[in-house]
Write a protein that binds this ligand. Structure first.
Ligand code: BZD
Length: 838
């Protein structure tokens, strides 16, 4: 750092960042003219977006630097959130709102000739995630900064995020998402690099004292470079850091020797192979495919992150046993489980600690969050693959397993089967490493993401571990969402209305303050404003639908929305079968009867994993039904079926505020939590759902009268499935009629959908679509009835919003901080916690 004597000059010229409209405009013009080398004669919206972002970035950097200095100086415990996915969405709008300068920017941009809405629309989503798990990580970052926790995120800087979805002739087509052309929100740290080793072999030798040491030698080296993204808290002095790693060949260049000797191809091959590691996000959610490149990604990211964390700890010159007092690491699912092994390796192989001392440090440091009970999503890696890629880590895993099984044996000496059941190594052909078991054994806390889910993991997949470690190791932290993005940013008018009745925007920091709204549930004037806002949001979505699909929808119709990844367990197929049922019912009605119906728009959106053929078939069916229904003049406005292309975070911000009813209809016991259910209710939409995941806790909070629940319960699922296989399985009669119409070719080529129908008719109906169908369509009828009474409907919506305080990710992060991480917030010593600067 700079010597004392010269620091005066630094202090004198320190940047302050703008806080007025004039300073903001000055910043924008300067960036247009110097950073972008443009002028007022060729500044289009893209350039204006770039300059506005750079102006905000300048401001964020100052708070960011201060936060990092403060955290370093305080030397208090930090939490590191390791996630292979961060589904951030857009940053500009969020930054403007979090630092409280959106109005300044709006007026400033207007004086420079631009509408702020158009500028915001220029930004490419940061889409480094698949769905709920990745978006949860993004909400957590917002909450950790907004609550002033010293926290870093660690992830991978994929060159390609989740693919862009196009719908061509009713089918999904995947297009690469190259998003890094211009990204003002990241800072390359070319000075922060880590060499990461793969392959090679392990040599063991004894020193003169007889101590065994293992040396991992040979193989190949890939370089990790850090890219930092500032994470501003909402109205706080804290701007935390998200560090993403990018891969490069260790030499940084291609091999000139090979190049000069004419071996052009292999001269670039090494370089390309290294860069492939951080090239692309795997597009599967809730499915484990066991590909080597994926394991490489995991180790690359985990090893770089741990190197960084350990380096930071070592600067403090503390004793190793203090590591867990300084560092908490949260594993977002099993994807970063190798971190447990890597830390143990660092401590015993590189730092020379004894196994037991090292293991005690390791297991006090980690916490593991489980996000699924679906068997196909539980990560397993083949032992031969491991042996080849990470030979030393495999040895350490075997040791961990040995000591673990010995302790189990001591505790339950007579239970032979138990050892095989809980072994980290599955004795299959080939043998497999069970990552969830490794994560449990190496962590001090394991949590599920909603009450039902946390109970399920304790009684099913991790039952044996509850006996072994005792129930206290297992806990629940029900998921939450950030009200900043999902209310204030997505629905500014509703946020403003709420602020006008609850005494300002305090509810954005303490969401339980929403309960003040309940007294207005019957207030005529308030309800009118509420309804107007919902209508305006629906008009906005209707415009988007028109622009992207060409279909005109009536904003007064009931908007029924299901947007999420397409998956059989989420049961979009049940939704579209319900839509067909509705269509057939309308067709069979007299014109008089039709007049009594509530018009409905059924809206679907979501991506199917490229290799998930059944999910793609569901998308095709939705589009095929839409093509028939939307042009049927018997039906007119009574029913429209829409598939919205390329559902992502920024589209969610438009779609969610426009919902009347949204669907969260997974087979009971399969959706760990769900988080869009929370977003929809927070935006004044009701939900229809099964007794699954967080739906149950939403019901507890908003009351049974304000939610439409249906279907079988999770405790009945096993028996129903058993009956499908061994007993008689009679198809629900209404569903049978739906299938008849599909089979008669009403929606195009019969063969296209035979697998979808067959899964239910002939292959055991694993997801219980037929079992739940009657209850589903009956409940949809109740929705129709309820919607006709607009006055009551609006009251239900207001009461529900008033009771949603529990679902803030702030509550959730405080629970993690207290019960898992044991960390405290850190604010400047002057007591300024407002983020308004000094
Ligand atoms: O995590 C989701 C669950 O399905 C939701 O119920 C839950 O609300 C959220 C947040 O806890 N899980 C995922 O999104 N999982 C994945 O995306 C994923 C990705 C890669 C590999 C395995 C799972």
């Amino acid at each position: 750092s700079i010597p004392e004597n010269q620091r005066e000059a630094w202090k004198k010229y320190q940047t302050k960042g703008f806080s007025t409209k004039e300073e903001f405009e000055k910043g924008v013009v300067r960036h247009v003219e110097t950073t972008l080398a443009r002028s007022m004669f060729n500044c289009d919206e893209t350039a204006a977006y770039a300059a506005a972002s750079l102006a905000f970035r300048d401001r964020l950097i100052i708070e960011w630097n201060r936060t990092q200095q403060r955290q370093t100086f305080a030397d208090s415990k930090r939490v590191y959130y390791l996630s292979l996915e961060f589904l951030m969405g857009r940053a500009l709008d969020n930054a403007m709102l979090n630092v409280g300068l959106k109005n300044v920017a709006k007026e400033g941009m207007s004086e420079l000739g631009f509408r702020i809405e158009d500028i915001i629309e220029q930004e490419h989503d940061a889409a480094l995630g698949n769905g709920g798990l990745g978006r949860l990580a993004a909400c957590f970052l917002d909450s950790m900064a907004s609550l002033n926790y010293p926290a870093w995120g660690y992830g991978l800087r994929y060159r390609y995020g989740i693919f862009k979805q196009e719908i061509v002739d009713g089918y999904q087509v995947e297009v690469p998402d190259y998003w890094l052309d211009f990204n003002p929100w990241e800072f390359p740290r070319h000075d922060i690099t880590v060499d990461i080793q793969f392959y090679g072999n392990v040599r063991k030798y004894q020193d003169d004292k007889g101590v065994q040491t293992a040396v991992w030698e040979g193989g190949e080296i890939v370089k990790a470079t850090a890219f930092d993204v500032p994470i501003p808290g909402y109205s706080t002095p804290t701007t935390n850091n998200l560090r993403l790693w990018s891969s490069k060949a260790a030499s940084g260049e291609f091999d000139f020797q090979k190049f000069n000797s004419g071996d052009y191809e292999s001269s670039v091959a090494d370089q390309q192979r290294a860069e492939t590691i951080s090239a692309v996000l795997y597009p599967n959610d809730n499915l484990d495919r066991g590909k080597e490149l994926r394991l490489k990604q995991q180790y690359f990211w985990v090893a770089a992150s741990l190197y960084d964390i350990v380096r930071r700890f070592k600067k403090s010159k503390r004793a190793w046993r203090e590591f867990p007092d300084q560092v908490a690491i949260q594993l977002n699912d099993t994807h970063p489980t190798l971190a447990i092994v890597e830390l143990q390796r660092i401590l015993i192989d590189l730092e020379g600690l004894e196994w037991d001392e090292a293991w005690s440090i390791v297991s006090q440091t980690f916490g593991y969050t489980n996000h699924t009970v679906l068997p196909e999503a539980l990560e397993k890696w083949s032992v031969p693959l491991f042996q080849n890629l990470l030979p030393r880590h495999l040895q350490i895993i075997y040791e961990i397993n040995l000591f673990f099984l010995q302790s189990v044996e001591r505790k339950f000496p007579k239970e032979r089967d138990l050892l095989a059941r809980v072994s980290i190594i599955e004795e299959s052909q080939p043998k497999m490493v069970r990552m969830a078991y490794l994560a449990i054994v190496g962590s001090h806390k394991v949590n599920g993401v909603a009450e039902l889910h946390s109970d399920l993991i304790k009684t099913t997949i991790f039952k044996d571990f509850v006996r072994i470690f005792g129930p206290d190791k297992f806990t629940n932290v029900t998921n939450g969402i950030t009200p900043r993005r999902w209310l204030h940013q997505a629905n500014p008018r509703l946020s403003e209305l709420i602020a006008s009745k609850t005494g300002g925007y305090g509810f954005l920091k303490d969401l339980t303050m929403l309960n003040k709204l309940e007294q207005f549930a019957d207030d005529k004037e308030f309800k009118k404003e509420w309804q107007e806002i919902k209508y305006a949001n629906k008009v906005r979505l209707a415009k988007h639908i028109k622009a992207t699909t060409g279909v005109t929808v009536n904003p007064s119709a009931l908007f029924d929305i299901q947007v999420k990844r397409i998956h059989e367990y989420k049961r979009q197929q049940m939704n579209i079968f319900g839509v067909i049922h509705r269509y057939l019912t309308i067709k069979a009605m007299s014109p008089e009867e039709r007049k009594k119906l509530a018009p409905r728009v059924s809206i679907f959106g979501g991506k199917a994993a490229p290799g998930y053929w059944m999910a793609k078939t569901i998308i095709h069916l939705v589009n095929s039904v839409g093509a028939v229904v939307n042009k049927d003049t018997d039906v007119g406005d009574l029913l429209k079926v829409i598939f919205l292309e390329d559902y992502n975070v920024s589209k969610a911000e438009t779609i969610i505020p426009a919902s009347d009813i949204s669907e969260h209809i997974s087979t009971a016991g399969t959706e760990a939590s769900g988080t869009s259910n929370m977003k929809f209710v927070l935006n004044g939409g009701l939900i229809i759902g099964t007794c699954d995941g967080a739906n149950i806790e939403i019901t507890r909070e908003v009351g049974e009268n304000n939610i439409f629940l249906f279907g079988n319960l999770s405790e009945d699922v096993d028996e129903l499935r058993h009956a499908h296989t061994y007993g008689r399985h009679e198809l629900d009669p209404s569903l049978a009629k739906v299938f008849d119409s599909i089979k008669s070719g009403t929606f195009g080529d019969v063969n296209s959908f035979s697998a979808l129908v067959g899964a239910i008719e002939d292959h055991g109906d694993y997801y219980l679509v037929s079992d739940d169908f009657l209850s589903y369509i009956q409940t949809q009828d109740l929705v129709d009835q309820a919607y006709k009474n607009q006055d009551e409907w609006i009251s239900k919506c207001i009461i529900s919003v008033a009771r949603m305080g529990f679902f803030s990710s702030d509550r959730c992060i405080n629970e993690y901080a207290e019960s898992i991480w044991n960390i405290e917030p850190l604010t400047p010593e002057d007591g300024n916690t407002s983020g308004l600067g000094k």
